[in-house]
Design a protein around this ligand. Structure first.
Ligand code: PEP
Ligand code: MN
Length: 273
């Protein structure tokens, strides 16, 4: 606990809440949706329209992609950030995008309402400290082999620099199975709610890697107590340049959102933690 004393839930039980656009993160159940990658003006505008129509709160889109193979689509870089920003403004959605390099943090902050640190960079301490020096909300994803304590210690690097607007996002960990891309660790979601005052999100898209599992695992994560979800959605999922198998269509996202909103009302009548 000494390793994450700034993140730790205090005896008063007070939780961190901050506003992005129209949502109070940590208080209102929040849904981030959008494509894995920004691919073109048309694709991100259509994604924004579909996200808006489905009732999502925040638009996502990657422009600096951490791909396992250097030959896979790497993202559109700053040009993609401009397209993401414009699409978000057109449909009144705040935007989130990943930063992968300390040298890009200032530039990405000019376009993004929330900065994402990906699973592969959870232990990039220079990057964590750098975003900690900026006044911007940060969504930190759990490394695929990180313990819950290590995850909190990574968040601590951001808080230690003065930035307290941090969201923790469980996105699945490596296990022995191969049917799913990773294993969504719902006990991590539940444990974090008892350990930290920071908002906790879940990403069932990268956790499962399978479109048909995204809705049930979203609802399961919600019932485990998460404060929000990050979901991949693409106007033509099968044609996506990255993560095609796990992206929902617009109508699938809309159906998921309907069930998620009903579940939030039911859940809020319970006293989970
Ligand atoms: C992403 O959300 O775009 C992503 C790459 O996820 P992760 O870092 O969890 O793999
Ligand atoms: Mn992806």
């Amino acid at each position: 606990m000494d390793g994450y004393k700034l993140c730790a839930l205090g005896e008063d039980g007070k939780r961190t809440v901050f506003t992005v656009g129209n949502v109070k993160i940590g208080e209102d159940f929040t849904v981030i949706a959008g494509p894995c990658s920004v691919e073109s003006k048309e694709q991100i505008e259509l994604s924004a329209a579909l996200a808006r129509q489905a009732g999502a709160d925040i638009l996502r889109g990657g422009t600096f992609k951490m791909r396992t193979s250097p030959y896979s689509f790497q993202g559109l870089g700053e040009e993609g950030l401009k397209l993401l920003r414009d699409a978000g403004e057109k449909y009144s959605l705040p935007v989130i995008t990943e930063v992968t390099d300390t040298r890009d943090v200032d530039m990405v902050c000019q376009y993004a309402d929330i900065i994402q640190i990906g699973a592969r960079n959870m232990e990039n301490y220079a990057l964590l400290s750098e975003v900690g020096k900026h006044d911007v909300p940060v969504l930190l994803k759990r490394g695929s082999d990180a313990t819950i304590e290590e995850f909190l210690e990574s968040a601590e690097y951001i808080l230690k620099e003065g930035n307290e607007k941090v969201i923790l996002c469980e996105r699945g960990v490596k296990t022995f199975g191969t049917y799913t891309r990773n294993t969504l660790d719902l006990s991590c979601v539940a444990a974090l709610k008892t350990l930290t005052h920071l908002p906790v999100f879940a990403d069932p898209s990268h956790a499962t890697g399978r479109r048909e599992l995204v809705k049930p695992m979203s609802l399961a994560a919600e019932m485990a107590g998460c404060d929000g979800l990050e979901i991949e959605m693409h106007p033509s999922p099968d044609e996506a340049l990255s993560d095609a198998q796990q992206q929902l269509s617009g109508p699938e996202l809309a159906e998921l959102l309907r069930e998620v909103r009903v579940t939030a009302v039911f859940r809020d009548g319970l006293d989970l933690y």
